[in-house]
Design a protein around this ligand. Sequence first.
Ligand code: GLV
Length: 354
Amino acid sequence: MPNCINFSDVGCRSVVFLFCNLFLTESMEEQELPYTLINVIGGLGGIYEDHVEFLEKHLKLIPMKDFLENKETLRHKIQAVFVWMHKPVINRELLQTLPNLKVIVNSGAGIDHFDLKLIFSFGVKLANTPLAVTNATADLGMTLMLASARRIVEGHQISVSPDTKHFRADWLGEEVTGATLGIIGMGTIGYKVAQRAKAFEMKILYHNRNRRKEADEQAVGAHYCHKMEELLQQSDFVMLVVNLTPQTHKLIGEKELKLMKPTATLINICRGQVVDQDALVNALQNGVIKAAALDVTYPEPLPRDHPLLQLKNCIITPHIGSATSQTRFLMMRNMVESVLAAVQGLPVPNEVQG
Ligand SMILES: O=CC(=O)O
């Protein structure tokens, strides 16, 4: 029975697919498609083409533009809001406008862009897609670490440059194999990073609010650092994988960067605001640390004249942790599944607890 599935216990992507299939097939037959407001700009233009058929089979999608043009007719019908990629504007006014709203579903794991107290005060549920994004995001963390260590972006630029004199025998990167990786935030994604780093024979340190079970630590050979300072001082690569909360806002600032080795690299795959960006620019310009590799910044994208974009020792990707076709499709399916469960009054998979 779909309402018996505890998705938080499901570790295997294929099992999630299987259960989703059962759930979606049953619910489709029994229910009128739920009216779902979707935060895309202009028609369904912000949705991947190969998602549209699936989405329209299960949900009656109302793009924001259509909603705004026919607010009075639609507002009582909307049961769900589908927040796809863009930062949503879920504010009091919208919540007041939608009296029958049951659930907001968010693509991705991070929910720092929602006012949870406000949403829950309207009796509305919130669901995200934390399981779907773990592998792709951990893969990107490894990609950034390797790309930075081996200077892949510079290497590419040299290779495509018309000036062949750019090839230099003394052009060297750093070895990842055997180096020390400090993971700050050992949730599901942090742990996936550790599993991958183990295969690179890295020494793994981690800092987390709660220490992991001994068996988890042993499985990846990770050593717990109660004090983050200890991890910063010892690591060759420091990877940030925390949720953005008031406690983690600018967690890494001038003081923390100074604790890092001058040969170390900072990798950020969580949220830009976890790092004091001005302090990072200063550290990269003055050799306080060797390099940075960032999938996240603030704002996103950075203004074209931002100093981080001028630095050779900083590589930046445009917040693409979950951006693989497989993961994005799974996220979308998980979100549909949460909408269908909520409108049927069933336990909502991936529901964020208040
Ligand atoms: O940023 C990506 C996510 O929140 O999953």
